[in-house]
Design a protein. Structure first.
Ligand SMILES: [Mn+2]
Ligand SMILES: [Mn+2]
Ligand SMILES: [Zn+2]
Ligand SMILES: [Zn+2]
Lengths: 152, 152
DNA sequence: CTGTAACTGATAATACTTTTCAATTAGCAG
DNA sequence: CTGCTAATTGAAAAGTATTATCAGTTACAG
């Protein structure tokens, strides 16, 4: 077991969760890759050394690890696609993680300027051709701060 | 038909698409709301004045309008959830819209500083309690710039 | 060891989106 | 105005992703 694995597994134990071979396998699949992996990709990776593991268990473990913030989950969990008019002007989003409400805002020129500069640097370093950027804030809207989240 | 509707419908015609009542209804549902609406919400809204419309048609129309960039689609279409180790340090993402590859990067202190300032302002203006932010660039990785996208 | 609550995996259920295809229709030519 | 035709629609089915149920198994505290 690699040290990076141990960090996570001991954290699991510390939180009172049992250390099953399945959970260890999922952790190892994640720590042993540089990439962001989809649940299915992780399942396939785990299945090699641990045939018979259920995809369900992979989902459960990922959810658990992400909740404990032991792994990085990409994309704000929110209900993914939603649509609105007025795509014309470049803008960004403030998303309520309670009810899903979205507020559009324009980011100040200063930030946009810095971001464009950063785009240039990242592009040079990574070889990506960068087309667009997205600045997104997540939090709780006024209503959801009071009431416990009422979901969409 | 509101002027904002007309903008979109004439654009549709200009691109050679037929102007069906269903499409007009979907466009109107979107332009007549301030919010970002999910496909289902749009379907329900349209169904009121246009019972019998198929959910399929709503999906088709949304896809069309988004492709023509006549409406704003929230969240980078990408295959939503993916996981990686090392959530400890705050970082951001560079995502390939061709193959889904994700590169992590730390944004420069200058940007983080500006963003925190912006958070304060947005919070005051909107009443949101802001918990986190996400800066995401989308583009094409080196491979996908050559080969036509090979999907995940 | 033993007991038990936590955990697993097969299955089913749910949810969301796309495909298929026969019937309908928008919009053009005449 | 017709009449034609390719585009479009909607019902149904299929595909895909995720979650719930539940009987059997297992990690681990005592
Ligand atoms: Mn928007
Ligand atoms: Mn990451
Ligand atoms: Zn809210
Ligand atoms: Zn790529």
């Amino acid at each position: 077991m690699k040290p990076s694995d141990r960090n996570i597994t001991t954290a699991l134990r510390r939180h009172g969760y049992k250390l099953t071979p399945q959970r260890c396998a999922v952790v190892h699949a994640i720590t042993s890759s540089q990439d962001h992996l989809t649940p299915t990709a992780i399942f396939e990776k785990v299945s090699q050394n641990h045939p018979g593991i259920g995809l369900v268990t992979v989902y459960r473990t990922l959810k658990l690890l992400a909740e404990l913030e032991l792994i990085c989950e990409l994309h704000t969990g929110g209900n993914c696609p939603s649509y609105t008019a007025g795509t014309s002007h470049h803008h960004h989003h403030l998303v309520c993680s309670g009810c899903g409400k979205v507020v559009d805002f324009a980011s100040p020129r200063l930030i946009e300027h810095n971001v464009v500069e950063l785009e240039g640097r990242l592009s040079r370093e990574s070889g990506f051709r960068i087309d667009d950027h997205l600045l997104e804030f997540t939090g709780l809207c006024q209503l959801c701060q009071k009431a416990p989240a009422s979901s969409v």
